[in-house]
Ligand binder design. Sequence first.
Ligand code: S3P
Length: 171
Amino acid sequence: MKNIILIGFMGVGKGSVAREVVKNSQYMAIDTDDLIESMENRRIKSIFESEGETYFRSLEKSVATWLEESVKNTLISTGGGFYKQKNLKKIGTIVLLDSPFDEIIKRIKAHPNAVKKLKKRPLLKDLKEAQKLYDARRPEYLKLADIVVDVTQKSAQACAKELLKKVKKNA
Ligand code: S3P
């Protein structure tokens, strides 16, 4: 089993889909933000606040190197900017979770923990800036992806099923 790397914009549902994939397959899952938070023993928000984004990106780079060298048979859920790592293709099959910006924001706002979800993401603080970031990133996401799953208006379970089917076909 090749690794699966889940990429996509903040709030698109990478974590929820990853949990459903684990329930319905042999994959174990890890999350690059979780790895960084345990490496640093603090939250992403606090890393951004005290050290800045450049430092955070250097931590993502260390994680990317470790993933390539040491991780097999795993579903890897990533932070929205992790796709910039140069060795992504070497880590595994790249799956993009895709949805329009407005739908992503709607999805976050509909969540019972919406305030927390917005607060923990420094790059979602200003929605106008976030939209710009989305517009710049989306073509790059699409270019990199081996597989695209449109998650708009679909349950995490349905997305996970579609993902597994497409991965099997792609193998
Ligand atoms: C980021 C996305 C976040 C987190 C950090 C930066 C980004 O992860 O890695 O706040 O650059 O898009 P999620 O995509 O899980 O929100």
